[in-house]
Design a protein around this ligand. Sequence first.
Ligand code: ANZ
Ligand code: ZN
Length: 802
Amino acid sequence: MSTSFEADRVDQLAQAYWAEHRTFEVKEDASNKAKFYCLSMLPYPSGKLHMGHVRNYVIGDVISRYQRMQGKNVLQPMGWDAFGLPAENAAIKHQASPATWTYENIAQMRAQLKRLGLGLDWSREIATCDDSYYRWEQWFFIQCMKKGLVYRKNSVVNWDPVDQTVLANEQVVDGRGWRSGALVEKKEIPQWFFKITAYAEELLSGLDGLPGWPEQVKTMQRNWIGKSEGLEIQFEVEGHDPLSIYTTRADTLMGVTYLAVSPDHPLAKHVAKKHAALADFLEHCRKTSTMESDLATAEKLGMDLGIFAIHPLSQKKLPIWVANFVLMEYGSGAVMSVPGHDERDHEFAKKYDLPILEVVRAKEGEAHDVQVQAYTAYGWICHSGPEFDGLSSEAAKLKMADFLKSRAHKKTHYRLRDWGVSRQRYWGTPIPVVYCDDCGAVPEREENLPVKLPQVENLGAGNPLKTLQSFIDAPCPTCGKPAKRETDTFDTFVESSWYYARYCSFDQTQSMLDERADYWLSVDQYIGGIEHAVMHLLYARFFHKLMRDFGLVQSSEPFINLLTQGMVLKDGTKMSKSKGNVVDPGALIDRFGADTVRLFSMFAAPPEQSLEWSDAGVEGAARFIRKLWTYLQNCPREKLDPLPSKARGELHQLLMKINQDMNRYQFNTVVSGAMKILNLLSEVPETERALHQEGGKILLCVLSPVIPHLTHVLWQELGFPGLVLDASWPCVDERALVLEEVTLAIQVNGKLRGTLTLKANLSEEALKQAVLNEATLQKHWEGKSIRKWVIVQNRLVNIVVG
Ligand code: ANZ
Ligand code: ZN
């Protein structure tokens, strides 16, 4: 046997074997094998695999194969996040239906993934646009409706007045519709929401139980949830009902110089009824963006309502203003304004010439000119009366709450908003609701699910379902009278919030999930991009808790460990179509074979860091693979037992490092460790056949997760038993490690009496025994008693005798 390396032949041999033997199809194992569920985020079927996908899926595959060699029952599934806007755009462009376009893309990408040799259980493949998948999503939504976990309310959308359609945020370019170029307007329409805020506290506290998640991701989720603890304080209002405000800085109460309410606050609306200028102002605010991020930077605008509140402690009159930066959806939609200590209030007070007071100082007695700039940190209270002056902010907060008694109570708020899932789009899961004049919004009957998305061939502007009578007309599920179907579809984040669970029960036609889900869940290792840190990962955690509360799963978190892989860069920038710097993995595989592409993507950088593309690096990977192949051609096949030697010690030293790196998923140094082993073995004389065999076997094993094709073929050709992917991971031979020798100076009562060459790192007991056994030295302590041993590891032994 001495063939040269042919990537195509090797790839095909291995892949044909896996396909024929269904090597990666797994069942729930009742034996004592531990399960391991390894999952990479499912791709959007754009039609072409890019290097980011390759990296993501190879990382997942290396972990899966490694865990399998650790003796685990490993599940690694794959599917398609197949609904969404790009299919509609492509359909308009290419005059094809979104369904045709999507399924063609899936076929292409599936073939490309198969070319990579990923150890996937393809029998569990899911496409989220299949009605066998989304029917359970519709069923789940209906359960949520019944439990009051979804509701409908008016919410603002981008409206294109020329195309007469709702636009997604990414379809608004510089404030204009992407197709029509018309100025986009805000419009309020009813939409469906999931009550994710009901789970805010658990979504927050659950993060503490996820040590296997990157700190950065947990911080982003914490900030997104945005827990805030403060006081709700009631202010009396002359001639009106009292006004509630929310504050986290009750210590600044004596610095309040006015109150401000949101343009959507009932009080503002009430006053506007008899105040035309105010009504115009509220209308103007409604039209401009209400995005929180925009408001933070937008110009502060306001208007005096002409009514007064009474300060609860000083009893002074405080004017009430309406201000565009006060959000109706947060707190109580009203604030106590403290321009001395809050930046927004300061900017507003300067603009409208409202008084600014100083009530907090950095240090006792040290003034800060709050007329010029707000002092926003905690500090020491001043100008607040003898009860409060001199207190710290923390202490003053507590005392204010005491003083206010029933006019204040503790409140916790979250920045997290309920999740709006209505999309005015065609290519998505139909929301399973029917509107009846008599019964209102009624869920479709479960036996009528799925509500199928009808095939539409020629898409134009807007959602074609809106005019498709055969879809819209439906009997009311409650009273049977003619009624109208909802034409909105779900946000595609809904599909990706539970797909990981459906893989476990992929062929179940009677229910959403079954007991198999509890065998596999939670996912042991999840791998994907950092761009999903907040939305996808938060929504999936939320869905998992809903499924738990519906009795569908037992665990509380979907993903135990999370790995967010770095970006693939070329010349320092992200590979992207728009920059024209994409490298096509398909062409690379054709040229070098799958193993080279896999090896390069694992070798070039640790998984979490960004990977700089390099043609030279790919060539280097290809060279290593050819060298490895050539070296292993001569691997002895007869049965041999390893003999101790210095080189064998080094081999096991390298293996020890590889095993440590494999455990912490540092695959780049695993590969470089294997390269070192190959260099080491190349220097060992051919006569040391046992070492070549042992080293060759170790190389095949440790590289098999990364380059599964070559290792599969050679393992079989060299006559090792079974499959390399089921071989057990190689262990370090501890005895081989201690072969290194050292020469020790032996002293008796501080005088050098001789030297002794021994194995390094002997235990104290073994060392003493070796010294006492040395015949040439025994005369120095014969007939005397040994009082003390002084030992300097690997260097010196001094025996004190007397
Ligand atoms: C008085 C005050 C004085 C405030 C001071 C801050 C600094 P977090 O921590 O993010 O929850 N606020 C309350 N409701 C609001 C709303 N609906 N729209 C805009 N701002 C609102 O922020 C809480 C603080 O945000 C509250 O504390 C309130 O201003 C403001 F020196 O009250 B503070
Ligand atoms: Zn009805």
